[in-house]
Design a protein around this ligand. Structure first.
Ligand code: NAD
Ligand code: TYD
Length: 352
């Protein structure tokens, strides 16, 4: 079996669902259930003996020690993190706690477990750490996309905490021989995305008749990766990645924020037109920029495609159409996640 951390969050839950759709290998899913973790996402696995959900913190060594010894997973995939840049600006403490100290404790628990494995199990074991392109800092318009060899230049408390965790993972390989793999991916989007992030926020606000907040001039660029393509990349790296290596994962889909928002508006105009006959783009509002806002992220995923044969299946056009369709069809999920904690965040961030 495998142990997944953060498997009630956006990417981790998509990973668990896709994993069990394609394999009978059981999953232990360890998640603290912060505001970003949502068991509703995993509802289709209720009563499924292949999925064991455990509520807990990656920093809890006693719990980790017990889970690892009891279930003897062949791999640990670490998705658990505080993941939202805007929240990291308001309160960086949780990011240090989970992303840095939590990853350290997780590595130590896994190292103790791995050390005691029999030789063949030790060799087969993998620790896969899921990270972000934001550790590389920001790009100018004319710069080549981020390669694995780029310097780490994190600019936000979030990206600095992820950079620190990547360094710990690297060091645990070089110093202790722990068999690690690291993936650094670009902005994900798709089903079950918590509506604090740009794409789900815009879909939900549009439908609710609220303003669509674009930070600054809206010309910041992100490289959008459909979440299921990301999950496929992680499975491939887990299966065949070279130990100690880093693989960048991206969708080859660089888009300015304003273009992303306009695309969502056009899709909604087609699929769920406004009753007054006007376009959703009328709801766009330019708001104060994010402090330290990185201008451009873009991933060069050549290494992953050449070494391991991975390529994204979705273009931005196909992926965003699926995503908008999913949000239109899954109002129950949305009702549940947009309860108390979500409303508090919206009023902190946007003052409404
Ligand atoms: P998310 O915020 O949706 O989910 C994170 C999950 O981790 C939640 O279920 C939360 O309850 C859990 N968690 C938080 N702290 C924990 C702790 N101390 N112990 C156990 N569980 C804890 O995040 P996501 O978007 O699914 O991101 C998953 C990973 O991918 C993160 O490591 C993130 O840095 C990375 N990543 C995300 C993106 C993106 O676009 N979403 C892009 C690049 C990298
Ligand atoms: P986000 O989804 O928060 O991801 P990240 O900051 O990790 O890239 O934001 C994506 C882009 O959209 C980023 O440039 C910030 C911008 N943005 C807005 O313009 N308005 C918003 O309300 C949000 C949440 C983000």
């Amino acid at each position: 079996m495998i142990l997944v951390t953060g498997g009630a969050g956006f990417i981790g839950a998509n990973f668990v669902l896709d994993w069990l759709a394609g394999s009978d290998e059981p999953v232990i899913n360890l998640d603290k259930l912060t505001y970003a973790g949502n068991l509703d996402t995993l509802k289709s696995l209720d009563g499924d003996g292949r999925h064991l959900f455990v509520r807990g913190d990656i920093g809890d060594r006693e719990l980790l020690g017990r889970l690892l010894t009891e279930h003897a997973p062949r791999a640990v995939i670490n998705f658990a993190a505080e993941s939202h840049v805007d929240r990291s600006i308001h309160g960086p403490g949780d990011f240090i706690h989970t992303n840095v100290v939590g990853t350290f404790n997780l590595l130590e628990s896994v190292r103790a477990y791995w050390n005691d494995l029999a030789a063949d199990e030790k060799e087969a074991f993998r620790f896969l750490h899921v990270s972000t392109d934001e550790v590389y800092g920001t790009l100018e318009a004319s710069d080549p996309p981020f390669a694995e060899t780029n310097r780490y230049e994190p600019n936000s408390p979030y990206s600095a905490s992820k950079a620190a965790s990547d360094h710990l993972v690297r060091a645990w390989h070089h110093t202790y021989g722990l068999p690690v793999l690291t993936t650094n991916c670009s902005n994900n989007y798709g089903p079950y995305h918590f509506p604090e992030k740009l794409i789900p926020l815009v879909i939900l606000n549009a439908l609710a008749g609220k303003s669509l907040p674009i930070y600054g001039d809206g010309q910041q660029i992100r490289d959008w990766l459909y979440v299921k393509d990301h999950c496929a990349a992680i499975r491939r790296v887990l299966e065949a990645g070279r130990l100690g290596e880093t693989y960048n994962v991206g969708g080859w889909n660089e888009k300015a924020n304003v273009d992303v928002v306009n695309t969502i508006c056009s899709l909604l105009d087609e699929l769920r037109p406004r009753v007054d006959g006007k376009g959703y783009a009328e709801q766009i509002t330019y708001v104060t920029d994010r402090p330290g806002h990185d201008r451009r992220y873009a991933i060069d995923a050549t290494k992953l495609s050449q070494e391991l044969g991975w390529k994204p299946a979705e273009t931005f056009e196909s992926g965003i159409r699926k995503t908008v369709g999913w949000y239109l069809a899954n109002q129950d999920w949305i009702q549940n996640v947009t309860s108390g904690a979500y409303r508090e965040w919206v009023s902190t961030q946007y003052g409404v």
